[in-house]
Design a protein around this ligand. Structure first.
Ligand SMILES: Nc1ncnc2c1ncn2[C@@H]1O[C@H](COP(=O)(O)OP(=O)(O)OP(=O)(O)O)[C@@H](O)[C@H]1O
Ligand SMILES: [Mg+2]
Length: 318
């Protein structure tokens, strides 16, 4: 058993579109639950198929198997909910005039590209908060590589954005207190008691905490699913570089959909040969990172029977 990724609290599954991320995340989650860990599998794919794999329907959150829950995040819905929540929080603490200005700022910020990722990230932090009390493990089935990387670099982007807001707010407070005869105590009082500033600082602390969690290789890790084909390999190589640059720990790679032996057929013989070449490249490029190899199954992985097959294969290897 590769303890390096098995004992983590959060495992992200990433990789190129269609390589088997959702399948592997579901199988890994189920295996963990069967081994006694209270597990949550979270999907951020708007076209949800987590429920489908278990041949069930979870309305946002529901049970997938004993000890295993599923959560399907809807990025568009979360984004709208997130904006409403931020506004609500501020509404309670500021005057209507200031509120108009804040609403404009919040809307501008969240209409910007990346707003859905920001909302998904906020949800991700919610899930971290549920660790320990409710779950031992949270498995994230992420969107294809590019989006995921943007998502993971968000704590920094968001923290920078909030930093700017905090600075603006502090400047406004300073001007205010200068107008009030310039007493230092007044300035400090304004900052101490400013609820907007407090809200902003709380949010910044939340993002900072999430970032600290992400880069902690004792807690979180990233697993790539790859097929023995040119493009998935290239994309995974690029993604690995970006993650390493951002100090996000990589737990390893699952090679999925390996062809069976060709049994003399010329066409499949050639395909298998090609696959061997790609596999050799995977072994070279990702030395020491291969956690498991999964064969191409005769059918799609839908329903418990097929999923159990994948779980059994994984069980022998991790
Ligand atoms: N080992 C396998 N054998 C046979 N079929 C597989 C295997 N792994 C995955 N599949 C099938 O391949 C398809 C894509 O798998 P999956 O949905 O897990 O990929 P994904 O990486 O999550 O895709 P997306 O990027 O669209 O989210 C599904 O129909 C799934 O059932
Ligand atoms: Mg998927």
């Amino acid at each position: 058993m590769a303890a390096s990724w098995w004992d983590k609290k959060v495992v992200f599954f990433g990789g190129k579109g269609g390589v088997g991320k959702t399948t592997c995340a579901a199988a890994f989650g189920l295996l963990a639950a069967q081994r006694g860990r209270r597990t949550l599998v979270v999907s951020t794919d708007p076209a949800h198929n987590l429920g489908d794999i278990f041949a069930t329907h979870i309305a946002e959150e529901g049970e997938l198997a004993p000890g295993l829950r599923g959560y399907e995040i809807d990025p568009a819905k979360e984004s709208a909910r997130y904006i409403a929540e931020v506004k609500q929080q501020l509404q309670n603490v500021v005057s209507p005039v200031i509120m108009e200005e804040i609403e404009r700022q919040v809307e501008a910020a969240y209409a910007a590209p990346g707003s859905e990722e920001a909302a998904v990230f906020d949800k991700f932090i919610d899930m971290l908060d549920r660790l320990a009390s409710e779950f031992d493990l949270v498995v994230f089935d992420t969107a294809p590589t590019g989006h995921t990387l943007r998502l993971l670099s968000l704590p920094e982007l968001l923290a920078a954005w909030i930093d700017r807001l905090i600075k603006q707010r502090e400047k406004a407070n300073r001007l205010l207190s200068m107008a009030a005869a310039g007493a230092v105590e007044l300035k400090e009082k304004a900052e101490r008691e400013d609820p907007v500033l407090a809200t902003l600082k709380r949010r910044r602390a939340r993002f900072t905490r999430a970032r600290a969690f992400l880069v902690d290789d004792q807690q979180a890790t990233f697993v790539f699913v790859v097929n023995a084909e040119k493009l998935p390999i290239l994309e995974t190589k690029k993604a690995l570089t970006v993650l390493q640059k951002n100090h996000i720990p990589v737990g390893g790679i699952i090679v999925n959909r390996l062809l069976p032996d060709s049994a003399g057929d010329a066409f499949w013989g050639r395909r298998k040969e090609l696959e061997e070449e790609h596999l050799a490249e995977i072994e070279r490029e990702f030395r020491g990172l291969i956690l498991a190899r999964l064969p191409l199954l005769p059918g799609d992985v839908y329903g418990r029977q097929a999923l159990d097959q994948v779980v059994a294969l994984l069980d022998k290897q991790v």
